[in-house]
Design a protein around this ligand. Structure first.
Ligand SMILES: *[C@@H]1O[C@H](CO)[C@@H](O)[C@H](O)[C@H]1NC(C)=O
Ligand SMILES: *[C@@H]1O[C@H](CO)[C@@H](O)[C@H](O)[C@H]1NC(C)=O
Ligand SMILES: *[C@@H]1O[C@H](CO)[C@@H](O)[C@H](O)[C@H]1NC(C)=O
Ligand SMILES: *[C@@H]1O[C@H](CO)[C@@H](O)[C@H](O)[C@H]1NC(C)=O
Ligand SMILES: *[C@@H]1O[C@H](CO)[C@@H](O)[C@H](O)[C@H]1NC(C)=O
Ligand SMILES: *[C@@H]1O[C@H](CO)[C@@H](O)[C@H](O)[C@H]1NC(C)=O
Ligand SMILES: CC(=O)N[C@H]1CO[C@H](CO)[C@@H](O)[C@@H]1O
Length: 485
């Protein structure tokens, strides 16, 4: 044991050898006001209509992931949705305007989509059978999904030329379909008319949809980029989009797709969660709806977003995209604001050293003197950015033997200790109580070791401590019984 400890201390001191070029920056979060508010369920994912023979660039990445043939009995699928307690699902996509529903006096037979050379998007009209629709609704109800359904808005209209449609919309099929749905007691949260093709002309009228909403965003057109959209590196983009979207008044952000294409949150064939799935889940569990202003002169490579915490008092920070060669060491101050103090440039170490140092920095440190914060550090497996496995606090996120979503446990650190963040990683930090009493100058044991190892001047780290003030995050809303894990 003694040997172990001194070995760890030895490792901790190694970065000194590489240290160079210290520079400081500050991130300030103002807890006294919100700049925007999202819907309670900001995270959303889509189910699409693309059939298995939708192909781009010589690959056909949809398999059986369409609304019509997705395997709803797959245990991973239900568990992945249930982990959110309530996940918003949007059913739609390019083909939605060509969908007919097997209700009322539908005059044509109910066939699924077929390839058709001169069809819109290369496919014929397709039909949703009512028994399938019932089955889908039982699935939604069983998994707690909150569903938005995009109705066909071109039925009865004809194409005059590319992208321009004439004639009146025949709404009878959509109408009968809604009536059927309601009469069966199926709970659809909202109906949407028309996708990007028919524009916003028909328009949604209420719910979060009346306001800004990113309907379909997968990160790459035409089914997503293989080796990118389904790997860790995509989470830099995805979480940054979520952060930006929330800040600029987006109420709900729908990720194309939950499953299907190369950009699914779940792998289309194995149903195993991709890294972005865990990014979405952590956001959903941690980030509340109040968006707080963040000021940063830390580094252009450090993107910072702050929200009120979800279902509890306090503030949660999302920090992403550190440069590929800077280690950030951050300390926290609170004016009712946090001051995150940065940084220390460290020459790139060998990947072996890197892994050791990462595991080391995540050794949890239960504070003996008061409040702790929660930290969720996300990195790719083996440091490989295109890994399909995300690592949380040093532990690869893999389904349990029963196919359950693994626990997403934070490490706890004393709120007074500095935060260590590795290059090219993503971190959620939950400050349990934004109105924490003025912070003392000392650091916790881990922090002390790090800071002395890196030889930082403490006088630059501790800032004057302004008065406490009211936090705009005190109201934790209806979600106060929200449980993690
Ligand atoms: C889709 O599912 C059917 C059975 O329902 C199966 O025969 C077929 O091979 C599957 N296709 C793909 C592309 O997975
Ligand atoms: C709505 O559906 C119910 C049950 O299927 C049916 O009895 C009723 O006539 C329908 N209403 C309209 C206006 O179509
Ligand atoms: C699904 O997972 C398998 C096995 O890891 C992988 O080969 C495949 O590329 C993945 N598919 C997608 C669309 O991510
Ligand atoms: C992340 O940093 C790289 C350079 O290291 C930059 O090209 C990229 O735009 C940054 N991405 C985000 C989301 O900030
Ligand atoms: C960091 O990124 C820059 C620009 O993307 C690249 O030129 C450089 O080689 C990278 N450095 C390391 C150590 O990976
Ligand atoms: C909080 O700060 C504002 C502006 O600085 C001030 O007007 C207000 O009185 C303060 N509230 C409390 C409770 O100190
Ligand atoms: C109460 C208080 O001092 N609030 C300040 C905290 O910091 C932000 C950003 O610098 C200021 O805008 C607030 O006025």
């Amino acid at each position: 044991m003694g040997f172990c400890l001194s070995f760890l201390f030895f490792l901790a001191s190694i970065p000194i050898i590489f240290a160079q070029d210290v520079k400081y920056g500050t991130i300030v979060v103002d807890g006294t006001m919100t700049v925007a508010e999202t819907d309670d369920n900001f995270i959303c994912a889509t189910l699409d209509w693309w059939p298995h023979d939708k192909c781009d660039y010589n690959q056909c990445p949809w398999h059986n992931s369409s609304v019509i043939n997705l395997d709803l009995s797959h245990p991973f699928l239900a568990k992945a949705i249930q982990a959110f307690r309530h996940l918003r699902l949007r059913i739609g996509g390019s083909l939605q305007d060509q969908v007919l529903y097997e209700v009322g006096n539908l005059k044509s037979p109910c066939h699924p989509f077929r390839k058709m050379k001169d069809g819109l998007f290369g496919f014929s009209k397709g039909c949703l059978r009512l028994d399938r629709w019932d089955e889908l609704n039982h699935f939604f109800s069983r998994t707690g999904a909150i569903v938005t359904f995009s109705l066909n808005a071109l039925h009865g209209r004809h194409q005059i030329r590319r992208g321009v449609w004439g004639g009146a919309w025949d709404s009878s099929n959509a109408y009968d379909f809604m009536n059927y749905t309601i009469s069966k007691g199926h709970k659809i949260d909202s109906w949407e008319f028309g996708n990007e093709l028919s524009g916003s002309g028909v328009g949604a009228s209420n719910g979060p949809w009346a306001s800004a909403w990113v309907g379909e965003s997968g990160g790459a057109y035409n089914s997503g980029g293989r080796h990118v959209s389904n790997t860790f590196i995509n989470s830099f983009w995805y979480l940054d989009q979520l952060g930006m979207g929330a800040k600029y008044h987006t109420k709900v952000y729908c990720r194309q797709t939950l499953i299907g294409g190369n950009y699914g949150l779940l792998n289309t064939t194995t149903f195993v969660p991709n890294p972005d799935y865990y990014s979405a889940l952590l956001w959903h569990r941690l980030m509340g709806k109040g968006v707080l202003p963040v000021g940063s002169d830390a580094s252009p490579y450090l993107r910072a977003y702050a929200h009120c915490s979800k279902g509890r008092a306090g503030v949660t920070l999302l920090l992403i995209n550190l440069s590929n060669q800077t280690d950030f060491i951050i300390s926290v101050r609170n004016n009712l604001t946090l001051r995150l103090h940065v940084e220390k440039k460290i020459q790139r170490e060998s990947s072996f050293m890197h892994v050791l140092k990462r595991s080391l920095s995540w050794v949890g440190n239960e504070a003996s003197d008061g409040a702790t914060r929660e930290e969720y550090h996300l990195t790719p497996k083996d440091g490989y950015l295109q890994s399909q496995t995300m690592v949380l606090n040093g532990i690869p996120l893999e389904l349990t033997e029963n196919g359950d979503i693994p626990r997403l446990d934070p490490v706890h650190n004393n709120v007074n200790s500095p935060i260590y963040i590795s290059p090219l990683s993503i971190t959620f930090i939950v400050f349990p109580n934004f109105d924490a009493p003025p912070l003392s100058r000392g650091f916790g044991p881990v922090g002390t070791r790090r800071f002395s190892a890196l030889n930082l001047d403490h006088s630059h780290v501790s800032l004057p401590l302004p008065e406490n003030n009211e936090s705009s995050c005190d109201d934790v809303g209806d979600d106060s019984d929200y449980e993690l894990n």
